[in-house]
Design a protein around this ligand. Structure first.
Ligand SMILES: [Mn+2]
Length: 461
Protein backbone atom coordinates (compact mmCIF):
# COMPACT_ATOMS: atom_id res chain seq x y z
CA UNK A 1 0.00 0.00 0.00
CA UNK A 2 1.24 3.47 -0.84
CA UNK A 3 0.41 6.43 1.41
CA UNK A 4 -3.16 7.74 1.57
CA UNK A 5 -1.96 10.84 -0.23
CA UNK A 6 -0.91 8.77 -3.24
CA UNK A 7 -4.43 7.40 -3.71
CA UNK A 8 -6.04 10.79 -3.07
CA UNK A 9 -3.75 12.43 -5.63
CA UNK A 10 -4.39 9.73 -8.23
CA UNK A 11 -8.16 10.03 -7.87
CA UNK A 12 -8.04 13.83 -7.93
CA UNK A 13 -6.16 13.61 -11.22
CA UNK A 14 -8.79 11.22 -12.57
CA UNK A 15 -11.66 13.50 -11.50
CA UNK A 16 -9.90 16.33 -13.27
CA UNK A 17 -9.76 14.34 -16.52
CA UNK A 18 -13.20 12.72 -16.45
CA UNK A 19 -14.95 15.78 -14.95
CA UNK A 20 -18.49 14.48 -14.55
CA UNK A 21 -20.48 11.42 -13.63
CA UNK A 22 -19.47 8.35 -11.66
CA UNK A 23 -16.50 6.10 -12.36
CA UNK A 24 -17.02 2.46 -11.41
CA UNK A 25 -14.09 0.08 -10.86
CA UNK A 26 -15.31 -3.42 -9.93
CA UNK A 27 -12.66 -5.38 -8.04
CA UNK A 28 -11.86 -9.00 -8.65
CA UNK A 29 -13.65 -11.87 -7.01
CA UNK A 30 -11.89 -14.93 -5.73
CA UNK A 31 -11.40 -17.18 -8.77
CA UNK A 32 -11.80 -20.97 -8.38
CA UNK A 33 -9.44 -23.41 -10.09
CA UNK A 34 -11.49 -26.61 -10.05
CA UNK A 35 -13.89 -26.18 -7.14
CA UNK A 36 -15.06 -23.19 -5.17
CA UNK A 37 -12.87 -23.55 -2.11
CA UNK A 38 -9.71 -24.06 -4.21
CA UNK A 39 -8.96 -20.65 -5.65
CA UNK A 40 -6.11 -19.16 -7.66
CA UNK A 41 -3.93 -16.83 -5.58
CA UNK A 42 -5.86 -13.57 -5.39
CA UNK A 43 -4.60 -10.76 -7.62
CA UNK A 44 -6.57 -7.53 -7.66
CA UNK A 45 -7.32 -5.78 -10.94
CA UNK A 46 -4.52 -3.33 -11.71
CA UNK A 47 -6.68 -0.25 -12.25
CA UNK A 48 -8.49 -0.96 -8.98
CA UNK A 49 -5.08 -1.30 -7.31
CA UNK A 50 -3.93 1.95 -8.87
CA UNK A 51 -6.84 4.08 -7.64
CA UNK A 52 -7.94 2.16 -4.56
CA UNK A 53 -5.01 0.12 -3.27
CA UNK A 54 -5.10 -3.53 -2.28
CA UNK A 55 -8.38 -4.92 -0.97
CA UNK A 56 -10.22 -8.12 -0.23
CA UNK A 57 -12.00 -9.88 -3.12
CA UNK A 58 -15.48 -8.76 -4.11
CA UNK A 59 -15.24 -5.01 -3.60
CA UNK A 60 -15.78 -2.06 -5.89
CA UNK A 61 -14.57 1.52 -6.02
CA UNK A 62 -16.73 4.40 -7.17
CA UNK A 63 -15.26 7.82 -7.88
CA UNK A 64 -17.93 10.52 -7.91
CA UNK A 65 -16.49 13.17 -10.22
CA UNK A 66 -19.25 15.69 -9.44
CA UNK A 67 -18.93 15.52 -5.66
CA UNK A 68 -15.19 14.80 -5.85
CA UNK A 69 -15.44 11.87 -3.46
CA UNK A 70 -14.49 8.20 -3.52
CA UNK A 71 -16.54 5.30 -2.20
CA UNK A 72 -15.35 1.88 -1.17
CA UNK A 73 -18.14 -0.61 -1.74
CA UNK A 74 -18.38 -4.10 -0.28
CA UNK A 75 -19.79 -6.08 2.56
CA UNK A 76 -18.44 -6.74 6.02
CA UNK A 77 -16.61 -10.06 6.44
CA UNK A 78 -18.81 -12.93 7.65
CA UNK A 79 -17.94 -13.82 11.28
CA UNK A 80 -17.88 -17.57 10.44
CA UNK A 81 -15.26 -16.93 7.77
CA UNK A 82 -12.76 -15.94 10.46
CA UNK A 83 -12.66 -19.54 11.68
CA UNK A 84 -11.21 -20.63 8.34
CA UNK A 85 -9.29 -17.60 7.20
CA UNK A 86 -8.59 -15.57 10.33
CA UNK A 87 -9.97 -12.11 10.96
CA UNK A 88 -10.50 -10.23 7.69
CA UNK A 89 -10.07 -6.47 7.49
CA UNK A 90 -13.32 -4.59 7.91
CA UNK A 91 -14.66 -2.38 5.14
CA UNK A 92 -13.86 0.59 7.33
CA UNK A 93 -10.22 -0.43 7.70
CA UNK A 94 -9.96 -0.71 3.92
CA UNK A 95 -11.58 2.69 3.51
CA UNK A 96 -9.17 4.23 5.96
CA UNK A 97 -6.07 2.77 4.27
CA UNK A 98 -7.19 3.93 0.82
CA UNK A 99 -8.41 7.33 2.10
CA UNK A 100 -11.97 6.75 0.87
CA UNK A 101 -14.61 9.32 1.75
CA UNK A 102 -17.62 7.04 1.96
CA UNK A 103 -18.57 3.38 2.52
CA UNK A 104 -21.36 1.71 0.61
CA UNK A 105 -22.78 -1.76 0.64
CA UNK A 106 -22.54 -3.54 -2.70
CA UNK A 107 -26.23 -4.38 -2.39
CA UNK A 108 -27.07 -0.67 -2.37
CA UNK A 109 -24.93 0.12 -5.38
CA UNK A 110 -27.39 -0.78 -8.21
CA UNK A 111 -29.96 1.68 -6.82
CA UNK A 112 -27.36 4.41 -6.31
CA UNK A 113 -26.08 4.00 -9.86
CA UNK A 114 -29.60 3.88 -11.29
CA UNK A 115 -30.49 7.10 -9.47
CA UNK A 116 -27.40 8.79 -10.86
CA UNK A 117 -28.30 7.68 -14.38
CA UNK A 118 -31.87 8.96 -13.98
CA UNK A 119 -30.35 12.30 -13.03
CA UNK A 120 -28.48 12.28 -16.36
CA UNK A 121 -25.09 11.49 -14.86
CA UNK A 122 -22.94 9.08 -16.93
CA UNK A 123 -21.50 5.93 -15.33
CA UNK A 124 -17.99 5.36 -16.69
CA UNK A 125 -16.44 1.91 -16.64
CA UNK A 126 -13.55 0.13 -18.36
CA UNK A 127 -13.50 -2.97 -20.59
CA UNK A 128 -13.34 -6.14 -18.52
CA UNK A 129 -11.49 -9.37 -19.19
CA UNK A 130 -13.12 -11.81 -16.77
CA UNK A 131 -16.58 -13.19 -17.30
CA UNK A 132 -17.51 -12.83 -13.63
CA UNK A 133 -16.77 -9.10 -13.81
CA UNK A 134 -18.99 -8.79 -16.88
CA UNK A 135 -21.78 -10.29 -14.78
CA UNK A 136 -20.97 -8.00 -11.85
CA UNK A 137 -21.15 -4.97 -14.13
CA UNK A 138 -24.41 -6.22 -15.63
CA UNK A 139 -25.90 -6.59 -12.15
CA UNK A 140 -24.62 -3.26 -10.83
CA UNK A 141 -25.75 -1.38 -13.94
CA UNK A 142 -29.03 -3.31 -14.33
CA UNK A 143 -28.28 -4.16 -17.99
CA UNK A 144 -27.96 -7.50 -19.84
CA UNK A 145 -24.43 -8.97 -19.74
CA UNK A 146 -24.19 -8.86 -23.53
CA UNK A 147 -24.59 -5.07 -23.47
CA UNK A 148 -21.76 -4.44 -21.02
CA UNK A 149 -19.00 -4.29 -23.63
CA UNK A 150 -20.87 -1.72 -25.71
CA UNK A 151 -21.14 0.57 -22.69
CA UNK A 152 -17.45 1.00 -21.88
CA UNK A 153 -16.29 4.59 -21.58
CA UNK A 154 -13.72 5.70 -24.14
CA UNK A 155 -13.27 8.86 -22.13
CA UNK A 156 -12.36 6.83 -19.05
CA UNK A 157 -10.01 4.56 -21.04
CA UNK A 158 -8.19 7.63 -22.37
CA UNK A 159 -7.96 9.21 -18.93
CA UNK A 160 -6.66 6.06 -17.22
CA UNK A 161 -4.15 5.29 -19.97
CA UNK A 162 -2.79 8.85 -19.99
CA UNK A 163 -2.39 8.75 -16.22
CA UNK A 164 -1.01 5.25 -15.69
CA UNK A 165 1.43 5.60 -18.61
CA UNK A 166 3.41 8.25 -16.75
CA UNK A 167 5.10 6.73 -13.74
CA UNK A 168 5.90 8.57 -10.53
CA UNK A 169 9.15 8.11 -8.66
CA UNK A 170 7.51 5.74 -6.18
CA UNK A 171 6.27 3.57 -9.06
CA UNK A 172 9.73 3.52 -10.64
CA UNK A 173 11.11 2.41 -7.28
CA UNK A 174 8.60 -0.47 -7.16
CA UNK A 175 9.66 -1.72 -10.58
CA UNK A 176 13.28 -1.53 -9.48
CA UNK A 177 12.43 -3.71 -6.46
CA UNK A 178 10.96 -6.28 -8.86
CA UNK A 179 14.07 -6.02 -11.02
CA UNK A 180 16.27 -6.70 -8.01
CA UNK A 181 14.42 -9.99 -7.54
CA UNK A 182 14.91 -10.75 -11.25
CA UNK A 183 18.62 -10.19 -10.84
CA UNK A 184 18.66 -12.70 -7.98
CA UNK A 185 16.73 -15.15 -10.13
CA UNK A 186 19.37 -14.99 -12.87
CA UNK A 187 22.16 -15.33 -10.29
CA UNK A 188 20.45 -18.39 -8.83
CA UNK A 189 19.97 -20.22 -12.13
CA UNK A 190 23.43 -19.31 -13.41
CA UNK A 191 25.24 -20.63 -10.36
CA UNK A 192 23.20 -23.85 -10.31
CA UNK A 193 24.40 -24.72 -13.84
CA UNK A 194 22.22 -25.40 -16.85
CA UNK A 195 23.51 -28.48 -18.68
CA UNK A 196 21.40 -31.63 -18.17
CA UNK A 197 18.83 -29.71 -16.13
CA UNK A 198 15.14 -29.94 -16.88
CA UNK A 199 13.70 -26.49 -17.66
CA UNK A 200 11.03 -27.20 -15.03
CA UNK A 201 13.77 -27.54 -12.40
CA UNK A 202 15.11 -24.14 -13.45
CA UNK A 203 11.61 -22.67 -13.09
CA UNK A 204 11.54 -24.21 -9.62
CA UNK A 205 14.71 -22.33 -8.65
CA UNK A 206 13.28 -19.14 -10.12
CA UNK A 207 10.06 -19.57 -8.16
CA UNK A 208 12.03 -20.24 -4.98
CA UNK A 209 13.75 -16.87 -5.29
CA UNK A 210 10.49 -15.07 -6.01
CA UNK A 211 8.38 -16.81 -3.36
CA UNK A 212 11.02 -16.43 -0.66
CA UNK A 213 10.92 -12.68 -1.30
CA UNK A 214 7.11 -12.70 -0.96
CA UNK A 215 6.88 -12.05 -4.69
CA UNK A 216 5.39 -14.03 -7.54
CA UNK A 217 5.73 -14.32 -11.28
CA UNK A 218 4.08 -11.44 -13.15
CA UNK A 219 3.43 -13.85 -16.05
CA UNK A 220 4.16 -17.47 -16.85
CA UNK A 221 7.92 -17.59 -17.47
CA UNK A 222 9.48 -18.78 -20.72
CA UNK A 223 12.39 -21.17 -20.19
CA UNK A 224 13.27 -22.95 -23.40
CA UNK A 225 16.03 -23.83 -25.86
CA UNK A 226 13.39 -23.31 -28.58
CA UNK A 227 13.39 -19.53 -28.40
CA UNK A 228 11.99 -19.37 -31.92
CA UNK A 229 8.65 -20.52 -30.49
CA UNK A 230 7.93 -17.07 -29.16
CA UNK A 231 5.57 -17.92 -26.30
CA UNK A 232 6.83 -21.46 -25.96
CA UNK A 233 6.62 -21.66 -22.17
CA UNK A 234 8.72 -24.23 -20.34
CA UNK A 235 10.35 -26.86 -22.55
CA UNK A 236 9.89 -30.50 -21.60
CA UNK A 237 13.32 -31.98 -22.38
CA UNK A 238 16.64 -31.68 -20.53
CA UNK A 239 19.04 -28.95 -21.64
CA UNK A 240 22.09 -29.97 -23.65
CA UNK A 241 25.48 -28.31 -23.87
CA UNK A 242 25.36 -26.12 -26.94
CA UNK A 243 21.69 -25.13 -26.53
CA UNK A 244 20.75 -21.48 -26.33
CA UNK A 245 18.41 -21.09 -23.37
CA UNK A 246 15.92 -18.23 -23.57
CA UNK A 247 14.73 -17.15 -20.10
CA UNK A 248 11.97 -14.53 -20.12
CA UNK A 249 10.79 -13.86 -16.59
CA UNK A 250 9.04 -11.16 -14.61
CA UNK A 251 8.03 -10.88 -10.98
CA UNK A 252 5.85 -8.48 -9.04
CA UNK A 253 6.98 -6.00 -6.42
CA UNK A 254 5.12 -6.00 -3.08
CA UNK A 255 2.73 -3.34 -4.41
CA UNK A 256 2.06 -5.26 -7.62
CA UNK A 257 4.42 -3.66 -10.15
CA UNK A 258 5.98 -5.92 -12.75
CA UNK A 259 9.48 -6.41 -14.08
CA UNK A 260 10.05 -8.20 -17.40
CA UNK A 261 13.55 -9.41 -18.27
CA UNK A 262 14.90 -11.74 -20.93
CA UNK A 263 18.37 -13.18 -21.17
CA UNK A 264 19.67 -15.84 -23.54
CA UNK A 265 22.20 -18.14 -21.93
CA UNK A 266 24.59 -20.61 -23.59
CA UNK A 267 24.08 -24.02 -21.99
CA UNK A 268 27.55 -25.29 -21.09
CA UNK A 269 28.80 -21.78 -20.39
CA UNK A 270 30.20 -20.71 -23.78
CA UNK A 271 28.57 -19.33 -26.93
CA UNK A 272 29.89 -20.96 -30.08
CA UNK A 273 31.13 -18.69 -32.84
CA UNK A 274 27.85 -18.47 -34.72
CA UNK A 275 25.76 -18.02 -31.57
CA UNK A 276 28.08 -15.22 -30.51
CA UNK A 277 27.77 -13.50 -33.89
CA UNK A 278 23.97 -13.52 -33.73
CA UNK A 279 24.03 -12.55 -30.05
CA UNK A 280 26.18 -9.51 -30.77
CA UNK A 281 23.71 -8.36 -33.43
CA UNK A 282 20.77 -8.61 -31.02
CA UNK A 283 22.75 -6.81 -28.32
CA UNK A 284 23.70 -4.04 -30.71
CA UNK A 285 20.06 -3.69 -31.79
CA UNK A 286 19.02 -3.46 -28.14
CA UNK A 287 21.65 -0.86 -27.24
CA UNK A 288 20.88 1.18 -30.36
CA UNK A 289 17.20 1.18 -29.44
CA UNK A 290 17.84 2.18 -25.82
CA UNK A 291 20.09 5.02 -26.96
CA UNK A 292 17.34 6.28 -29.28
CA UNK A 293 14.66 6.54 -26.58
CA UNK A 294 13.66 10.05 -25.54
CA UNK A 295 10.48 12.05 -25.02
CA UNK A 296 8.85 12.88 -28.35
CA UNK A 297 10.46 9.95 -30.15
CA UNK A 298 8.07 7.50 -31.78
CA UNK A 299 8.58 4.00 -30.42
CA UNK A 300 7.76 2.65 -33.86
CA UNK A 301 10.79 4.48 -35.25
CA UNK A 302 12.95 2.95 -32.53
CA UNK A 303 11.57 -0.48 -33.45
CA UNK A 304 12.59 0.18 -37.05
CA UNK A 305 16.06 1.34 -35.92
CA UNK A 306 16.50 -2.01 -34.19
CA UNK A 307 15.24 -3.82 -37.31
CA UNK A 308 17.86 -1.99 -39.40
CA UNK A 309 20.65 -3.08 -37.04
CA UNK A 310 19.42 -6.66 -37.33
CA UNK A 311 19.35 -6.46 -41.16
CA UNK A 312 22.83 -4.93 -41.22
CA UNK A 313 24.23 -7.64 -38.96
CA UNK A 314 22.60 -10.45 -40.91
CA UNK A 315 23.90 -8.88 -44.12
CA UNK A 316 27.43 -8.95 -42.72
CA UNK A 317 26.91 -12.65 -41.98
CA UNK A 318 25.75 -13.24 -45.56
CA UNK A 319 22.21 -14.18 -44.56
CA UNK A 320 20.62 -10.99 -45.90
CA UNK A 321 21.63 -8.69 -48.72
CA UNK A 322 20.52 -5.56 -50.55
CA UNK A 323 19.68 -2.12 -49.28
CA UNK A 324 18.98 -2.06 -45.53
CA UNK A 325 16.40 0.72 -45.67
CA UNK A 326 14.47 -1.06 -48.41
CA UNK A 327 14.70 -4.38 -46.57
CA UNK A 328 13.21 -2.80 -43.41
CA UNK A 329 10.53 -0.98 -45.42
CA UNK A 330 9.49 -4.28 -46.96
CA UNK A 331 9.51 -5.98 -43.56
CA UNK A 332 12.17 -8.53 -44.58
CA UNK A 333 13.68 -8.48 -41.07
CA UNK A 334 10.42 -9.90 -39.70
CA UNK A 335 11.45 -13.36 -40.87
CA UNK A 336 14.02 -13.21 -38.06
CA UNK A 337 12.47 -10.54 -35.78
CA UNK A 338 8.72 -11.12 -36.10
CA UNK A 339 7.58 -9.44 -32.87
CA UNK A 340 7.54 -5.91 -31.53
CA UNK A 341 10.47 -4.16 -29.88
CA UNK A 342 8.61 -3.78 -26.60
CA UNK A 343 5.60 -2.59 -24.65
CA UNK A 344 4.65 -0.43 -21.70
CA UNK A 345 5.38 -1.86 -18.26
CA UNK A 346 3.73 -1.06 -14.95
CA UNK A 347 1.17 -2.80 -12.76
CA UNK A 348 0.74 -5.19 -15.70
CA UNK A 349 3.63 -6.79 -17.56
CA UNK A 350 1.90 -5.60 -20.74
CA UNK A 351 0.72 -2.46 -19.02
CA UNK A 352 -2.99 -1.69 -19.44
CA UNK A 353 -3.32 -4.16 -22.30
CA UNK A 354 -6.76 -5.12 -20.96
CA UNK A 355 -7.95 -1.59 -21.81
CA UNK A 356 -7.16 -2.22 -25.49
CA UNK A 357 -3.68 -2.45 -27.01
CA UNK A 358 -4.33 0.33 -29.51
CA UNK A 359 -5.61 2.69 -26.82
CA UNK A 360 -2.30 2.25 -25.00
CA UNK A 361 0.19 2.03 -27.85
CA UNK A 362 -1.28 4.07 -30.70
CA UNK A 363 -3.09 7.35 -31.25
CA UNK A 364 -4.46 9.52 -34.05
CA UNK A 365 -0.95 10.35 -35.18
CA UNK A 366 0.53 6.86 -35.07
CA UNK A 367 -1.67 4.07 -36.38
CA UNK A 368 -0.87 0.38 -36.16
CA UNK A 369 0.70 -1.11 -39.28
CA UNK A 370 -0.76 -4.23 -40.90
CA UNK A 371 2.61 -5.45 -42.14
CA UNK A 372 3.70 -8.81 -40.74
CA UNK A 373 6.06 -8.12 -37.82
CA UNK A 374 5.26 -4.44 -37.44
CA UNK A 375 1.62 -5.36 -36.84
CA UNK A 376 2.73 -7.12 -33.64
CA UNK A 377 4.28 -3.95 -32.23
CA UNK A 378 2.18 -3.17 -29.18
CA UNK A 379 3.54 0.35 -28.72
CA UNK A 380 4.09 2.69 -31.65
CA UNK A 381 3.32 6.20 -30.47
CA UNK A 382 5.55 9.01 -29.27
CA UNK A 383 7.10 8.51 -25.86
CA UNK A 384 6.71 10.81 -22.87
CA UNK A 385 8.93 11.41 -19.90
CA UNK A 386 7.88 8.91 -17.22
CA UNK A 387 6.95 6.08 -19.59
CA UNK A 388 8.49 2.71 -18.73
CA UNK A 389 8.94 0.41 -21.69
CA UNK A 390 10.60 -2.90 -22.38
CA UNK A 391 13.26 -3.05 -25.09
CA UNK A 392 13.49 -6.62 -26.33
CA UNK A 393 14.72 -7.26 -29.86
CA UNK A 394 15.46 -10.81 -30.95
CA UNK A 395 16.64 -12.96 -33.81
CA UNK A 396 15.01 -16.35 -34.32
CA UNK A 397 15.16 -19.13 -36.87
CA UNK A 398 11.66 -20.56 -36.92
CA UNK A 399 11.44 -23.47 -39.32
CA UNK A 400 7.75 -23.15 -40.16
CA UNK A 401 8.00 -19.44 -40.86
CA UNK A 402 11.17 -19.87 -42.95
CA UNK A 403 9.52 -22.64 -44.98
CA UNK A 404 6.44 -20.55 -45.70
CA UNK A 405 8.48 -17.51 -46.74
CA UNK A 406 10.84 -19.60 -48.85
CA UNK A 407 7.95 -21.31 -50.64
CA UNK A 408 6.50 -17.90 -51.48
CA UNK A 409 9.96 -16.43 -52.18
CA UNK A 410 8.90 -13.61 -49.91
CA UNK A 411 11.41 -10.72 -49.66
CA UNK A 412 13.74 -12.89 -51.74
CA UNK A 413 15.65 -9.80 -52.86
CA UNK A 414 16.88 -9.41 -49.28
CA UNK A 415 17.15 -12.95 -47.90
CA UNK A 416 19.58 -15.71 -48.91
CA UNK A 417 17.32 -18.70 -48.29
CA UNK A 418 20.14 -21.09 -49.16
CA UNK A 419 21.99 -20.03 -45.99
CA UNK A 420 19.10 -20.75 -43.66
CA UNK A 421 19.09 -24.56 -43.74
CA UNK A 422 22.23 -24.49 -41.59
CA UNK A 423 20.29 -22.68 -38.83
CA UNK A 424 17.83 -25.54 -38.28
CA UNK A 425 17.64 -26.06 -34.52
CA UNK A 426 19.41 -22.81 -33.68
CA UNK A 427 16.41 -21.57 -31.70
CA UNK A 428 16.56 -17.87 -31.02
CA UNK A 429 18.09 -15.05 -29.03
CA UNK A 430 16.24 -12.26 -27.22
CA UNK A 431 17.63 -9.66 -24.82
CA UNK A 432 15.17 -7.58 -22.81
CA UNK A 433 15.55 -4.74 -20.32
CA UNK A 434 13.10 -2.33 -18.70
CA UNK A 435 13.75 1.30 -19.48
CA UNK A 436 12.47 4.59 -18.06
CA UNK A 437 12.06 7.51 -20.45
CA UNK A 438 13.55 10.52 -18.66
CA UNK A 439 13.21 14.23 -19.43
CA UNK A 440 16.01 14.03 -21.98
CA UNK A 441 16.79 10.38 -22.81
CA UNK A 442 16.30 7.03 -21.08
CA UNK A 443 17.64 4.99 -18.18
CA UNK A 444 17.84 1.21 -17.92
CA UNK A 445 16.17 0.33 -14.64
CA UNK A 446 17.30 -2.03 -11.93
CA UNK A 447 20.62 -3.58 -11.03
CA UNK A 448 22.88 -4.87 -13.78
CA UNK A 449 22.00 -8.34 -15.02
CA UNK A 450 24.85 -9.70 -17.17
CA UNK A 451 24.18 -9.25 -20.88
CA UNK A 452 27.46 -8.83 -22.77
CA UNK A 453 28.93 -12.06 -24.14
CA UNK A 454 31.81 -11.84 -21.65
CA UNK A 455 29.66 -11.14 -18.57
CA UNK A 456 27.02 -13.72 -19.47
CA UNK A 457 29.71 -16.38 -19.90
CA UNK A 458 31.45 -15.31 -16.70
CA UNK A 459 28.14 -15.56 -14.79
CA UNK A 460 27.81 -19.20 -15.85
CA UNK A 461 31.24 -20.29 -14.62
MN1 LIG B 1 8.34 -8.19 -22.51
Amino acid sequence: MFSKQTYRTRRAHLVNSVRSGLVLFPGHQSSPINFGANAYPFRQDSTFLYYGGPSSPGRAVVVDCDANEAWLCGSEPEPDEALWSGPAPTLEAGADAGAFDRLESLDALPDLLAAAQRAGRPIHFLPDYRADITLTLARLLSIPALRVQAGVSLKLIAAVVAQRAVKTDEEVAEIEVALGICRNIFQEIATAGLADQMPAAIVGRMAMVALSRDSRFAFAPIVTPHGDILHGGVAAEPLKTGDLLVVDVGVESPRGYAADITRTLPVGGRFDRRQRDIYEIVLKAQKTAIAALAPGVRFRDVHLDAAAVICQGLKEMGIMHGDIEEAVAEGAHALFFPHGLGHMLGLDAHDMEALGEDHVGYDDETRRSRQFGLASLRLGRRLESGNIVTVEPGIYFNRGLIERWRAAQRAAAFIDYGKLAAFEGFGGIRIEDDVLVTDTAARVLGPTIPKSVATVEASLL
